[in-house]
Design a protein around this ligand. Structure first.
Ligand SMILES: Nc1ncnc2c1ncn2[C@@H]1O[C@H](COP(=O)(O)OP(=O)(O)O)[C@@H](O)[C@H]1O
Ligand SMILES: N[C@@H](CC(=O)OP(=O)(O)O)C(=O)O
Length: 420
């Protein structure tokens, strides 16, 4: 069996949905599990809705109405028979949010966020399953929350592998024998039976979890790009497709921020030796990128850009050395504030890190660090990572820039920089 994953960009409108159903249909009639994300930017809109609810902002009703309108507009074009059960099914799914919005937002914000934001995947998967069935392709809609079991670390839930694998292996193979299974990415279920999410852009990871548990022959992520490129085409003019990548290089690229694949995706499929394909839903006949244990083509230099970085410089107040004890204290503070370090460098009395400028987190982080350390920061920095760098590639990205911090290993160079 195989696993396909379609992200929001592939199902952003009617043409997209029709195209995706054709790709699914050309696979065959069974033994395919399809993981879908929310349509277009629905998760961003639901996130706005969640924040509006948490902050008691009345705009929440307007936001919800616009999300509903977007989906019902699509439904009305795909299902001309207004008696099709999909109308009620989707309406009932939205009612769950309406109930939640009627109450004051007294529960923990991260919990509320997950209950609201998860609706996008539920609705999109229902629409796609209903459309396939309407077209005569038998498919079974499955609720991913019956399979992906997590802890209650809402917004970034951790998968409980044993329970998850057992549930998937117990029930899904018989459905896959009957037809195509459509399920959701991104969402899971806690032991208290509440909905959790696996972190933004986490649908790729969901597909990898299903692939690993089902020992899939291969997994394919369908994207709006021809495959994994040596840079994000949104930032770089002359990109080239990487036809083959090793798991190791894929994990390094995604760890440093190549957003084409969620960083947690590679480990489960690498552990099972399942090849991962990144292919274009716009040109589905083309081969894309193959990610597997061995890449036979030579590595090409790849560029990863992260903007809106904050460069923090942390030094002990009493001029003492930055040693293991200080470092473990500093990392504990980052961990408590859920802030991820994108790159770091230390000298005798100073420790520098580049982090995303997440306004909600940075203020508290600096406050906590300032209790024991002197903290200086610079905003509006850019972090550029070059994998398989050489001087020419460094010169190319540093033109008209001042480099504030540079970290090099044998294969990877990271620079934090700002316009001159
Ligand atoms: N190295 C890369 N190769 C290809 N695409 C990349 C790379 N880095 C970032 N991207 C971006 O990833 C986008 C696809 O991911 P995304 O928009 O999250 O898709 P989806 O909604 O299908 O999950 C591309 O449009 C591209 O801008
Ligand atoms: N819909 C979720 C999960 C996801 O992975 O989406 P996409 O596949 O469109 O990046 C998000 O936007 O975070």
């Amino acid at each position: 069996m195989q696993v396909y994953k379609f992200g929001g960009a592939s199902i952003k409108n009617i043409e997209g949905i029709k195209n995706v159903t054709q790709i699914i249909q050309s696979f065959g009639a069974k033994n395919l599990l399809v993981v879908v994300s929310a349509m277009d930017k629905t998760t961003d809109r639901l996130q706005e809705l969640a924040f509006a609810h948490i902050n008691g902002n009345e705009t929440r009703h307007e936001i919800l109405e616009s999300i509903k309108d977007f989906h019902f507009e699509i439904i009305s074009k795909l299902f001309t028979d207004t008696k099709n059960p999909i109308y009620n099914d989707v309406a009932n799914t939205f009612v769950e949010i309406e109930w939640l919005l009627e109450e004051d937002a007294e529960d923990a914000p991260d919990y509320l966020y997950d209950q609201i934001v998860s609706i996008g995947e539920l609705v999109s998967s229902k629409i796609i399953a209903a459309f396939l069935n309407q077209q005569g392709t038998f498919c079974v809609w499955q609720d991913a929350r019956n399979y992906i079991q997590t802890d209650n670390n809402y917004r970034e839930a951790n998968v409980q592998w044993e329970k998850t694998t057992n549930e998937i292996q117990k029930h899904l193979p018989s459905y896959l024998e009957q037809g195509i299974v459509i399920t959701q990415g991104f969402i899971g279920n806690t032991s208290e039976n509440f909905t959790s999410t696996l972190g933004r852009e986490g649908s790729d990871y969901s597909a990898a979890i299903f692939s690993a548990a089902l020992d899939a022959e291969k997994m394919t992520i369908w994207k709006d790009v021809p495959g994994v490129l040596n840079a994000d085409p949104k930032w770089f003019d002359e990109t080239e497709k990487i036809p083959q990548l090793s798991y190791r290089d894929a994990i390094e690229l995604t760890y440093y921020g190549a957003t084409v694949i969620h960083p947690k995706t590679i480990k489960p499929i690498q552990n099972k030796g399942i090849p991962l394909y990144v292919r274009s839903f716009i040109h589905p006949a083309e081969l894309g990128t193959e990610i597997s244990s061995e890449a036979t083509t030579p590595p090409v230099p790849s560029f990863i850009f992260k903007v809106n970085q904050v460069l923090l410089s942390i030094s002990p107040k009493d001029f003492s050395f930055i040693i293991e004890e200080n470092l473990s204290h500093i990392f504990a503070i980052f961990h408590q504030n859920k802030v991820k370090v994108n790159t770091m460098l230390n000298s005798a009395i100073s420790f520098s890190v580049s982090i995303d400028n997440d306004e909600l987190k940075i203020e508290n982080l600096i406050k906590d660090l300032s209790a024991d350390f002197k903290v200086k920061y610079n905003k509006d920095m850019e972090l550029v990572t070059i994998r398989y760098y050489n001087q020419q590639t460094i010169d190319r990205v540093t033109e008209n820039k001042k480099v504030w911090l540079e970290v090099k290993s044998r294969n990877t160079c990271q620079m934090v920089m700002k316009n001159l």
